[in-house]
Design a protein around this ligand. Structure first.
Ligand SMILES: O=P(O)(O)OC[C@H]1O[C@H](OP(=O)(O)OP(=O)(O)O)[C@H](O)[C@@H]1O
Ligand SMILES: O=c1cc[nH]c(=O)[nH]1
Ligand SMILES: [Mg+2]
Length: 216
């Protein structure tokens, strides 16, 4: 069966609120970091709805036996934040998935060529079959960075069907690349913006997410 990239833009007042705060150029770094953490939290919450595997069981309450549906402890969960800006989303995401292992991936794009280079790779050589992976990068601009990250994950045995990519602002150029190369992927993003400027920045976007998170 043919598959198509799924891109969800959840309708949630808190997601819209924190996106507005993050976009505002007058938002200072400390509040920008809070906005990223909150967006990480609520977008991960939305991503988990049809993705977190559960097991049906029974528990004994103080009064009786009750049916229960618990998160399946057998399924390996991992979070991969793409440094630096993905770290802003991590705080909120980790709060919802406290048992997930976290593997950091450092990628930075050359601001002239817009090509990413890898400076940190903490991925394991191979992921266990069935691993559910939450990939965090707030900005999908040219898409070069996320494509490089996905190449590294695929080479280590990750099934694209089991990935949820959480971003904040996605540009059509990135979504087109992902649609061509990874049609089994599912994305949760706060917004799809119109275009890139001639320096590869998303417009209206929110500027350089890494710099704004860390005050650099
Ligand atoms: O889709 P692309 O055109 O590849 O751009 C998106 C990437 O650019 C930013 O990272 P950056 O390289 O600025 O690193 P930083 O997070 O450390 O600032 C952003 O966080 C993405 O990872
Ligand atoms: O608009 C953009 C594009 C890439 N990276 C950012 O941080 N912002
Ligand atoms: Mg940056």
């Amino acid at each position: 069966m043919a598959s198509q990239l799924r891109v969800y833009v959840p309708e949630h007042p808190l997601i819209k609120h924190w996106l507005g705060v993050a976009r505002d150029e007058n938002t200072p770094p400390v509040l920008f970091k809070t906005a990223m953490a909150e967006l990480g939290r609520w977008l991960t919450y939305e991503a988990g709805r049809y993705w977190l595997p559960t097991v049906d069981t029974e528990v004994t309450t103080p009064l009786a036996i009750a049916k229960a549906s618990l998160i399946d402890p057998q399924i390996p969960f991992v979070i991969v934040p793409i440094l630096r800006a993905g770290l802003g989303l991590l705080e909120g995401a980790q709060g919802l998935l406290p048992l997930a292992k976290i593997y950091h991936l450092g990628l930075v794009r050359n601001e002239t060529t817009l090509e990413p280079s890898l400076y940190l790779n903490k991925l394991p050589e191979q992921f266990a079959p069935g691993t559910h992976l939450l990939l965090l990068d707030p900005m999908l601009a040219t898409g070069n960075t996320i494509m490089a990250a996905l190449d590294l994950l695929m080479a280590r045995g990750i099934d694209a069907n089991l990935i949820r990519l959480v971003s904040v602002v996605a540009a059509p150029s990135a979504l087109q690349k992902l649609s061509n190369a990874h049609p089994h992927l599912t994305i949760y993003t706060a917004m799809i913006d119109e275009q890139l400027n001639d320096r590869g920045y998303i417009v209206p976007g929110l500027g350089d997410a890494g710099d704004r998170c860390f005050g650099t």
